[in-house]
Design a protein around this ligand. Structure first.
Ligand SMILES: [Zn+2]
Ligand SMILES: [Zn+2]
Length: 349
């Protein structure tokens, strides 16, 4: 409970609710000790806009300006509430096509961040978590690119789908093929960015036929998952236990038990996230996340804190001696561990 490493607010994200400050106040009232502010990176290509953004007439410049305002607001709020809560400033990656890498580098040159979330929300340029319709469109897009058929006219505002060249071709079809391309895309993102926190690792399951289907029986999919997990373990990335899945109807958070067990065997560290998009979702489903971890035999989770700052898990309101906030930088935060069972019952229902 005391931590969420991934959040959005309606002030800076068209599909979220509430102001950033009200989300932070909610995090404080839910006894969170660390809340990472990880707004989506600005998308520069209108082809990637979500329907509500198109409806609102949003332009790429709006998203750039909105991110700048997010950053400025976040910097002010982390100071305002430093005694009550550690607010870390980050962003969430989109990895839609090869040109994203340069855009991410540019963002990292423009702003300092404490951390960021490495996520994949698109496969062959189609959003895979937005609706069932788009999920099925993604399957068609993948099969079309595989077979060299040009479906661009119908699907992508007349432009050709730009697949990451590293994506491996196989003979698989349908969902299984979509899973393969998703995990290849994730690997390309992981190797390019080495994100400190990996977002909703198996998001590709959200709109699929059966989210409980075990990936271990899909040989080629599982090989890619093992490769990705080993890579995360090697460079020391942390994987979020993301409770957004439970508010979308799952019995457990991302990632599912097949992947969680593999990660556990590979020594991957976990962090807690609510991926909240408004006050009602702050720390949502944390008892379920913690119960899931206990059931799966995961005894500790990790969290970020400013180096040299201590907050009690249960009563840790920091007293302001002469505390100065550190710089916003990965060098000024450290990962610490907490025992899962100590975290039960802290977030009020
Ligand atoms: Zn996401
Ligand atoms: Zn998110």
């Amino acid at each position: 409970m005391p931590f969420s490493h991934h959040s959005h607010s309606g002030q800076f994200c068209a599909h979220a609710k509430d102001s950033l400050e009200s989300c932070i106040l909610q995090a404080i009232s839910k006894n969170l000790r660390v809340f990472c502010l990880t707004e989506h990176m600005p998308r520069s290509d209108p082809r990637d806009f979500y329907p509500e953004e198109v409806e609102m007439g949003i332009t790429p410049q709006h998203l750039i300006d909105s991110f700048a305002e997010f950053y400025e607001t976040a910097v002010a709020l982390r100071d305002k509430y430093k005694e009550e809560i550690t607010l870390l400033i980050g962003f969430e990656v989109d990895y839609i096509r090869p040109s994203m890498l340069a855009e991410i580098k540019q963002l990292q040159e423009t702003y300092s961040f404490d951390m960021f979330i490495g996520s994949v929300h698109h496969v062959d340029e189609v959003a895979i978590d937005f609706s069932e319709e788009l999920f099925h469109r993604a399957i068609s897009a993948v099969e079309a690119v595989d077979s060299g058929v040009d479906i661009a006219e119908a699907y992508n505002q007349g432009t050709k789908i730009e697949r990451f060249p590293e994506i491996q071709s196989t003979a698989s079809k349908g969902e299984e093929r979509l899973f393969e391309v998703y995990f290849d895309t994730q690997y390309i993102m992981l190797t390019a960015l080495k994100p400190p926190v990996i977002g909703h690792f198996d998001l590709i399951r959200l709109k699929c036929n059966d989210y409980k289907a075990d990936f271990r029986i899909m040989k080629s999919v599982w090989e890619k998952i093992v490769r990705n997990v080993k890579f995360i373990s090697e460079y020391g990335g942390m994987v979020e236990i993301n409770s957004a899945a439970t508010r979308k109807g799952w019995e457990y958070p991302y990632p599912g038990p097949d992947i969680l067990q593999l990660m556990k065997e590979e020594g991957v560290r976990f962090v807690l996230s609510d991926d909240s998009h408004g006050t009602a979702q702050v720390a949502f489903g944390y008892e379920k996340s913690l119960a899931y971890l206990e059931k799966q035999g995961v005894e500790e989770v990790w969290y970020y804190e400013w180096i040299g700052w201590e907050r009690g898990i249960k009563d840790g309101i920091l007293r302001p001696e002469d505390r100065y906030l550190p710089k916003i930088s990965p060098q000024c935060v450290e990962a610490k561990s907490a025992v899962v069972k100590d975290l039960r019952g802290i977030v009020p229902a």
